[in-house]
Ligand binder design. Sequence first.
Ligand SMILES: Cc1cc2nc3c(=O)[nH]c(=O)nc-3n(C[C@H](O)[C@H](O)[C@H](O)COP(=O)(O)OP(=O)(O)OC[C@H]3O[C@@H](n4cnc5c(N)ncnc54)[C@H](O)[C@@H]3O)c2cc1C
Length: 318
Amino acid sequence: MASVLVYLDHPIVPLAKASRELLTIAATIGEPAVALGVDSLEDGVAEALGEYGVRQIYVPENPDLDKYLVAPKAAFLAVVVEQASPSAVLLDNGFESKEIAGRLGVKLSSGVITDIVSVGEDLTVMKLDLAGSYTVSAKVTHGIPVLTVKPNSAEPRVASEPTRPEQVKVAAVDVSAVNAARVTGREDKKASTRPSLSEARVIVSGGRGTNGDFSAVEAFADALGGAVGASRAATDAGWIEHSAQVGQTGQTVSPQLYISAGISGAIQQKAGMQTSKVIVAVNKDADSPIFEIADFGIVGDLFKVLPQATEEIQKRRS
Ligand SMILES: Cc1cc2nc3c(=O)[nH]c(=O)nc-3n(C[C@H](O)[C@H](O)[C@H](O)COP(=O)(O)OP(=O)(O)OC[C@H]3O[C@@H](n4cnc5c(N)ncnc54)[C@H](O)[C@@H]3O)c2cc1C
């Protein structure tokens, strides 16, 4: 059975849910193998990858791959593909991975498909197009398929028998021969006790209706142990960081419960949250399009509705 190569930039334990999903998908198509973006494995990562049936971990000899943006990583992956001859390469659907995928596709002369929501055993994929209005079935017809998969596209499942992955060193890529952009500084993301958007079971999102005051949204999210999301109007206004954006050009989420507060429900916002199990909308305009897809709708002012709900939850908890 051919291997399926999963690119994981810098895995740590516990493995991120998106990484576990990619490994699960890889295992349904073939034998999972992993290519790393860093030259050494963090403690416990090999064992964690073994739980998902990974057989080989390709580690770059470059000590500094993580000090560059995408180009050297694509060059490294091309070398791994040559060495491993996988039947497909899977990456996450983040901006950086999509760019690596594009560059890798050019190097391999292979077809690239992004924004995938499911991958079949025969490598036919499904993707949502035009802000989720159409479901498209597609298949790479030339070269080794390079596929970027959206989060929440599979339920992570460990292998029936764990493996002990072999570590394979890959000769260093000549970074000077690649048009590389170097990372000149890094700033730690502010630590948060909230779950990440892609892993949260509950998400409370705020939009332009918050008028820049996310306190009611955050308090409600905290009462429910959830993550905080936002519409693009809110992130573009600088009210909350861009990583909180849900939608076509933001994150695709699929939590058990999505609470939309002060968000109109434009098609580009719906594209990122319409597969949530239960959708609750709070909006003071009864004609707002968000109510078309909401399971429960509350026509009201979010600054009245959310604090009341938060108080009630806290009362019942105590
Ligand atoms: C190519 C492209 C990609 C895009 N990608 C995204 C994306 O990824 N994600 C995204 O969200 N958008 C995206 N957009 C933008 C999208 O089209 C909308 O402009 C955006 O979603 C609007 O955000 P909003 O609903 O917060 O604001 P608005 O449309 O202004 O809606 C605000 C809502 O809040 C309600 N409201 C106001 N005050 C209150 C209150 N006190 N209590 C309760 N309700 C209140 C109003 O009735 C209104 O319905 C994209 C657009 C384009 C063109």
